[in-house]
Design a protein around this ligand. Structure first.
Ligand SMILES: Nc1ncnc2c1ncn2[C@@H]1O[C@H](COP(=O)(O)OP(=O)(O)O)[C@@H](O)[C@H]1O
Ligand SMILES: [Mg+2]
Length: 1108
């Protein structure tokens, strides 16, 4: 339903005053108030927007709002300034119509804010892009700069624009902004030197003093203290809610964005400072000889500083404040200035300096923001000009301002009425003239070239002779007296002679917006706007670029005797240009109203609003709008909106929209005089008719809503039902499938079981048959086998029987033969022959045994264990005995061959076997060794000559052995000698005796069970040899050495034989300590020899390689 929304929906009061019913001033105000109280600050009069200043920020300018109003029809949504901006922008972009937005209203009504809102809306909806954004930014940022220099706090508005501003924004064919041109109108420069009570000078002065850095101030020779400057009014130096310092930064930033160079900014600030300095220059009178007063600068310090700032020669300026040069034709006359004239000159300079600076700023900004491309532009002009002003004391400025407003009202009347009129003509509607007040007469009073007030003022100013404000008033009194809108005490029109509200030095004009009393004082001066030539020349001489530019008339080359055009003339000309400009454009009106005088939110002062409504001519505006037809709408949207009111057009109308509307209106029985059909629009004369339509529509909408609800509910339920039905089918299908599948599986399982049973049964049957068959086959074989076996056994039995029978026969026969023989031969045998035969047989057997034994005797070696087997068991005892005898004999035979020496050797071997067999693992290896004794052949070897001679007894054993070092377990070779009486250890190389131990001193010998050759000779305690401790020695011939030692001790009957301890752990006495020698099985790492290691002072460990 989008697009069919309307401002008629959800309306608070009436959104469009045209529809106000009944229309009266009271209802108008009431409607405004009602809407204002509901925060609806915008109301339409047709396409004119009335804007009430809310004096607080409302949440209606958000980006969302911008989106909402973007590309929507004007009446589609509730009234908003964005709707107007959108309408203007779209007709500019889409219909190629240049637009102007005219914002009017009195000071503080919100014109400047409205202009900013329009600009920001257009900036938000128009094209985007880097270049475009830069242009937009510059256009928007020109505002803070101009506001700082051109706005001031007044009693009505804390940020009142003290100049008129018209800004043309230029767009390309796509609607993208290209740039802009700003025109400024009449800055209120009198404010520079004097401000009314409770008001301030222009913002920039305060901003500079509070926002600039100390350094900047120092450079500008300024003091932060506002009270130091005469031009700055003290009673409202700061405005609540305004942060001058922060605004100064904003302005500096804006200037930068707009494109001001840093030196330009500095120049501008210098000029601002200069104005402040200028205000502080004071004068004192100095009497002169001719009786006239001459002014002198009082304290030259400010003058000096100002001159330094602007690069002006002090004396030149000082002179300009004291003298005035009047040039007439070729003559130059210099006159002195009195103090008042000096002050006048000073203020004139300050005002001119500032207003020219302001104009320069506008030109400079235009230089930055002007469109680059030379193509044709579409233009949207935004006019934010000072509103109608009625003060207690109105002067030239108010006259000028109000003149401008009259002109704007004129153009408003002209354009709205013309537009209205044109629309009727366009649409072919009959047009009847409406009465409205046309302010053309007032404009004429003010601007007429012959007898207009402005023209007469100029005439007075240019007239030679004494010209004063009074002469000007006299002139008015004579010339304008007849005018309906001119009132003056002394005019010929006697009706005001007694009007005491009209002072003598004033005249009154009945403006369209009310009567205004103007005091003539200052009119002439202000219109002349005189700046003494000496001052402009002094300025031109300044060594300051900007100042020079601002005072071009001071240039000696440009000496121009003609008077410059008057202020009034200039203003009239620029207003004329503006009006012509506006007339070429499509106007859009925003009429600002201020709800109260207190700048307060939520207060609606009826009288104040009423006054504004009156002078803005809003009622007339509505009346004009309604004079013909209050409401008009194109046929399509009208049909679309009301077609539900008639059965023929609802829901769809096939024919042209106009016919549809005609059918509709006829059907609704709306009286024919209430509406007319235009070419593209229907025109409704009376709002009542529209409200009737709206009411019918509202009712119908309710019915339609019920219908839609009904259908929707039906549709929803049906849809739900169908969905459920569909779901049910799906569920049922799935369930059936599932059930069938289950059943099928069950049957399949049962079938398989049955099948398997049947197959099993069949198979078993077959198996039984096969088995039976096989058994039958096997039975035959078995039977056959048994049969054959039986046959064979029977046959065997028979054969055996036969054989036994045969044998029995032969035995019997032999027995018989024997019996026969014995019977026969009995007579030939002796009675004991049987015993003899037995003995003979036995002897014969034994003889045979011996003979056999002799033949088979084993070898003579005593170790041969073979022996023939015995032939008969009765010879068992004999056979064993013979074997023993033979062995003994054989041994005897063997022994008998031994020599005495060999015998001794064997005895020794035997002794060794007794000592060591099965007790020490080394023993088996010694069995095959012959115990040679003297291995070194000591008596034959000359090397041992000395040793030999040192031992006086026969050497029983000489060999090289290792003596184990007690400290580290390492072995040292030593010669080991054994004699009958002692053991001698000698050096192996030199043969020198190292130790000699008598055998008697030996207590015991200790060896291990292992295959090593370690042995310890333990000495008897207390013996002489025991002093050095026991010996730990090692020799491969350990078995021989110890056997020999043992035999020697055993041979000696006087002593106990030497004890031989065989153990893997024994103690040895080393000097004073007893050390344990421990043997362990080690891996055969270091070859096959045992290694000895001193583990600690109590343990000597011998690692013996394990015998494989
Ligand atoms: N639409 C608005 N929303 C909120 N405040 C506003 C609005 N319009 C105006 N004002 C307030 O009113 C003050 C005066 O408005 P301004 O536009 O400067 O008036 P004018 O230009 O008509 O003299 C502004 O400073 C602002 O505080
Ligand atoms: Mg303003």
């Amino acid at each position: 339903m989008e697009g069919k929304a309307s401002l008629l929906d959800n309306m608070i009061g009436v959104g469009d005053m045209v529809l106000l019913e009944p229309l009266s001033e009271d209802s108008f105000l009431e409607n405004l108030k009602k809407r204002f109280d509901h925060n609806e600050i915008y109301t339409y009069i047709g396409s004119v927007v009335i804007s009430m200043n809310p004096y607080r920020s409302l949440p209606i300018y958000t980006p969302e709002k911008v989106e909402e109003y973007r590309n929507r029809n004007f009446y589609e949504l509730s009234p908003h300034i964005y709707a107007l901006a959108d309408e203007a922008y779209r007709s500019l972009r889409d219909q190629d119509k240049d637009q102007c937005i005219l914002i009017t209203g009195e000071s503080g009504a919100g014109k400047t804010e409205a202009s900013k809102l329009v600009m920001s809306y257009v900036a938000a909806v128009c094209g985007k892009g880097q270049e475009v954004n830069k242009v937009k930014e510059q256009l928007l940022q020109s505002n803070p700069v101009l506001e700082a220099f051109g706005n001031a706090k007044t009693v009505r508005n804390d940020n009142s624009s003290r100049f008129g501003k018209y800004m043309d924004i230029e767009f390309d064919f796509k609607g993208d902004p290209l740039g802009g041109v700003i025109s400024n109108y009449l800055l209120e420069k009198s404010r520079v030197v004097k401000q009314p009570r409770g008001e301030r000078n222009f913002h920039v002065f305060y901003q500079l003093l509070s926002g600039a850095s100390d350094e900047t101030l120092k450079k500008l020779k300024l003091d932060r203290d506002v009270s130091k400057y005469n031009y700055l009014c003290l009673d409202s130096a700061s405005v609540s809610g305004v942060d001058d310092a922060a605004n100064f930064r904003t302005v500096r930033n804006a200037m930068q964005i707009v494109g001001f160079m840093e030196d330009e900014v500095q120049s501008v600030l210098q000029l601002v400072a200069a104005v402040l300095k200028l205000g502080n220059i004071e004068f004192k009178p100095e009497s002169r000889s001719n009786g006239l007063d001459e002014s002198r600068v009082k304290d030259k310090n400010d003058l000096k500083e100002m001159c330094e700032l602007l690069g002006i020669e002090q004396s030149v300026l000082e002179r300009a404040f004291s003298y005035r040069t009047v040039e007439a034709k070729s003559e130059k006359v210099s006159t002195t200035l009195n103090v008042a004239q000096a002050y006048y000159a000073r203020d004139a300079l300050a005002k001119n300096l500032y207003s020219r600076l302001f104009s320069w700023l506008v030109t400079r900004i235009n230089g930055s923001i002007k469109a680059q491309a030379k193509t044709r532009h579409k233009v949207m002009g935004v006019l934010d000009i000072y509103g109608f002003e009625i003060f207690e004391d109105n002067s030239f400025e108010q006259f000028i301002i109000n003149y401008c407003n009259e002109k704007l009202q004129q153009i408003f009347i002209e354009l709205t009425l013309r537009e209205e009129q044109e629309e009727y003509i366009r649409e072919g509607i009959e047009w009847t003239n409406i009465e409205y007040f046309n302010n053309a007469v007032i404009c004429d009073l003010m601007e007429n070239n012959q007898n207009g007030i402005l023209a007469m003022l100029d005439e007075e100013c240019l007239r030679p002779g004494t010209v004063t404000d009074e002469t000007f008033l006299d002139k008015l009194n004579t010339i304008c007296a007849e005018h309906q809108h001119f009132e003056s005490r002394l005019s010929k029109n006697s009706k005001f002679l007694t009007d005491h509200s009209l002072p003598h030095n004033c005249f009154r004009i009945q403006h369209y917006a009310g009567k205004v009393l103007y005091r003539v004082e200052g009119f002439v001066d202000k219109n002349n706007d005189l700046l003494y030539r000496d001052l402009s020349q002094a300025m031109y001489k300044a060594n300051h670029n900007l100042i020079k530019q601002l005072f071009p008339e001071g240039s000696p080359a440009k000496i121009n005797l003609k008077r410059p055009p008057t202020a009034g003339f200039q203003f009239k000309a620029s207003v004329g240009t503006l009006m012509r400009n506006l007339q070429t454009k499509n106007p859009n009106y925003i009429r600002c109203i201020k709800p109260n005088d207190k700048k307060a939110s939520h207060i609606f002062t009826e009288s104040l609003v009423c006054h504004q409504v009156r002078y803005l001519g809003l009622m007339e505006n509505v009346r004009v709008r309604r004079a013909g037809y209050a409401f008009r709408q194109a046929y399509e949207p009208c049909l679309e909106r009301y077609k539900m009111l008639c059965k023929k057009t609802w829901p769809h109308w096939k024919g042209p929209a106009r016919q549809g509307v005609e059918v509709l209106m006829a059907d609704l029985k709306v009286p024919a005089e209430e509406y007319s059909y235009g070419r593209s629009k229907i025109f409704i004369r009376n709002p009542r008719t529209l409200f009737f339509l709206e009411e019918r529509r509202r009712q119908c909408l309710q019915d339609l809503a019920a219908l839609i609800q009904k259908i929707y509910r039906g549709w929803k339920c049906r849809r739900q039902f169908l969905l459920m039905k569909k779901s049910q089918v799906v569920v049922a299908a799935w369930y059936r499938r599932y059930a069938q599948e289950k059943k099928y599986k069950k049957i399949k399982r049962a079938t398989t079981v049955m099948q398997s049973y049947a197959r099993g049964w069949q198979a078993r049957k077959l198996l039984r048959q096969l088995k039976h068959q096989k058994r039958c086959e096997e039975a035959a074989t078995t039977i056959a086998a048994y049969w054959h076996g039986t046959q064979a056994r029977t046959e065997l039995r028979q054969l055996k029987e036969e054989a036994r029978n045969k044998h029995a026969v032969s035995v019997i026969w032999a027995g018989w033969q024997g019996t026969k023989v014995r019977r026969e031969y009995r007579k030939f045998f002796r009675a004991n022959a049987g015993k003899k035969i037995y003995n003979f047989t036995v002897q014969r057997i034994i003889q045979k045994y011996f003979l056999n034994l002799r033949k088979n005797l084993p070898s003579m070696s005593p170790i041969d264990k073979s022996w023939p087997t015995r032939p008969y068991s009765f010879l068992d005892g004999v056979h064993t005995e013979l074997r023993r005898i033979f062995h003994l004999w054989r041994c005897k035979k063997y022994r008998s061959q031994f020599t005495e020496e060999k015998k001794a050797v064997y005895e020794e071997k035997l002794e060794a076997s007794k000592l060591f067999k099965d007790r020490k693992a080394l023993y088996p290896s010694s069995v095959s060794q012959s115990f040679k004794g003297d291995y070194l052949e000591i008596n034959k070897n000359p090397k041992y000559q000395k040793l030999h001679s040192a031992v006086d007894e026969k050497v029983l054993l000489a060999d090289t052995i290792s003596k184990i070092n007690r400290a580290n377990g390492k072995g040292t070779p030593r010669i080991f000698l054994l004699t009958k009486k002692s053991v001698v250890l000698a050096d192996q190389k030199t043969g020198q005796v190292k130790a000699s131990v008598p055998l008697l001193d030996l207590a015991s010998v200790s060896v291990s069970k292992q295959s090593d050759g370690f042995f310890a000779l333990k000495l008897k305690e207390g013996s002489a040899s025991a002093v050095k401790g026991d010996f730990l020695l090692s020799s491969e011939r350990l078995i021989e050495i110890i056997t020999k030692l043992y035999r020697l001790s055993a041979a000696n009957a006087e002593r106990v034989p030497l004890s031989v301890d065989i153990s893997d752990e024994f103690l040895v006495q080393f000097k004073t300590d007893k050390v344990c020698v421990k043997f362990i099985q080690g891996s055969p790492r270091n070859g096959n020899s045992a290694s000895c290691k001193r583990k600690n002072n109590r343990l000597l460990e011998v690692s013996v390689p394990s015998t494989p």
